[in-house]
Write a protein that binds this ligand. Structure first.
Ligand code: GLU
Length: 432
């Protein structure tokens, strides 16, 4: 144990501070961005199927809405805490800014273990939570979406509940909905697909042939499973896959479609035939070209960072690398493609879904995917160009610099941080 600080909110604040300092921005910008603009804590009573009542704690945090309505998913997990939701909301602000979509950042969470709830209990909890936070959300205010342990069905109940409260069909209040009620084609796979666009770009820059490249994927949920499948279709070799219960490894490659079938039949990727069992720590230490953490925060700790043998880490999850691990990886010359860039595909297609809802006109899957590709490649290029030009900062700091600059400019022109700002040139900072 290194005794490192695992408070994700504090590490998110430190990331912003670093960017503010590197940009030479006035400290008022940091004072504004270091805390969320609005937070709501709710107690949600739930009638259980057996007639008893349990009270669940939930949060909705809006970090910043200078650029546009706040946007971000809702997580159902037993480890949800207010500080975690704050960090995730802050990361959403900068994620939206880095890909240049007109949203601020928000996040929600309910402390619960959805596996312990029946289908009907889950529906009642989803509806009760949305009722509780309904005063602060809306298509022009704050637009939730899926996150860990929430899905299209849950979004559908939530949209329906909100629509009952407001007495009209408010499709635009939530994204990640089923297609039949205003969902977008391509949204389910969007985070994974966006991440693959980023992997393709970084592979070109680093002269790695994606065909035959060795990839390890930690986490086999919505993001990890689609990511492994898309990369497998592009002929990458998926040598390691894991879920909460453990990992599997085969240096010749795993077929993620078959692993998915095994998962559906047994509830886990472990015990998949034709693979060696590895622990959840060993999976992160396998030699590979790309290590893709696609699970939760704080997975790559300082201890693990010293043992990582990947060439490049691409953060499909939010906050998978601790601050201390980040420094170690930088020293060891292991490139980290940061979460706010690598996993921005989900919210990008959420934005497309909301645009389609507002227009009442729906796009083909090809159109969604090609627009997603354009947005991700362009964002990657901006971050990578500045990263190459600066040479003194990591790709994470570079991404934050671009994102913070954008949000600071919106706050400035709106008059939130005063018109007289020292080092004013910072706002016209040239990005390339
Ligand atoms: N939960 C996803 C994320 O962390 C998507 C958020 C959204 O679509 O609003 O980026």
């Amino acid at each position: 144990m290194t005794g490192e600080n695992l408070n994700v909110f504090e590490s998110a604040q430190a990331q912003v501070k670093m960017a503010v300092d590197k940009l030479g921005l006035n400290l008022t910008v940091y004072d504004f961005l270091k805390d969320p603009m609005r937070e709501m804590t709710v107690s949600v009573p739930l009638k259980m199927d057996d007639g008893s009542t349990r009270v669940f704690r939930g949060y909705r945090v809006q970090h910043n809405d200078a650029v546009g309505p706040a946007k971000g998913g809702i997580r159902f997990h037993h480890d949800v805490s207010l500080d975690e939701v704050r960090a995730l909301a802050m990361w959403m602000t900068f994620k939206c800014a880095v890909v240049g979509i007109p949203y601020g950042g928000a996040k929600g969470g309910v402390i619960c273990n959805p596996e312990d709830l029946s289908h009907t209990e889950l529906e009642r909890l989803s509806r009760a939570y949305i009722q509780a936070i309904s005063p602060i959300i809306g298509p022009e205010k704050d637009i939730p979406a899926p996150d860990v342990n929430t899905n299209a069905q849950i979004m559908s109940w939530m949209m329906d509940e909100f629509s009952h409260i407001k007495q009209y069909n408010a499709f635009g209040v939530i994204t990640g909905k089923p297609l039949i009620i205003g969902g977008s084609l391509g949204r389910t796979e969007a985070t994974a697909r966006g991440c693959v666009f980023v992997i393709e770009e970084i592979a070109k820059k680093r002269n790695i042939n994606l065909e035959g490249a060795k990839v390890v994927v930690q986490g086999f949920g919505n993001v990890g499973s689609f990511l492994a499948k898309i990369l497998y279709d592009k002929k990458a070799t998926i040598i390691g896959i894991s879920d909460v219960k453990g990992g599997i490894f085969n240096p010749k490659g795993l077929n993620p479609y078959k692993v998915s079938e095994h998962l559906a039949a047994t509830g886990s990727v472990i015990n998949y035939s034709g693979a060696k069992a590895v622990t959840n720590q060993e999976i992160l230490e396998l030699p590979c070209d790309f290590l893709v953490p696609a699970a939760l925060e704080n997975q790559i700790t300082a201890e693990i960072a010293n043992k990582v043998k990947a060439k490049i880490i691409v953060e499909a999850a939010n906050g998978p690398t601790t601050a201390e691990a980040d420094k170690i990886l930088e020293k060891r010359n292991i490139l980290v493609v940061p979460d706010i860039l690598a996993n921005a595909g989900g919210v990008t297609v959420s934005y497309f879904e909301w645009v389609q809802n507002n227009m009442g006109f729906y796009w083909s899957e090809n159109e969604v995917n090609s627009r997603l590709g354009q947005q991700m490649v362009q964002a990657f290029q901006r971050v990578y160009d500045l990263f190459q030009a600066r040479k003194d900062v990591s790709m994470r700091v570079t991404a934050y610099m671009l994102a913070v600059d954008r949000v600071a400019e919106a706050m400035k022109v709106r008059g939130w941080i005063g018109s007289k700002v020292e080092k004013d040139q910072a706002y016209t900072y040239k990005l390339a």
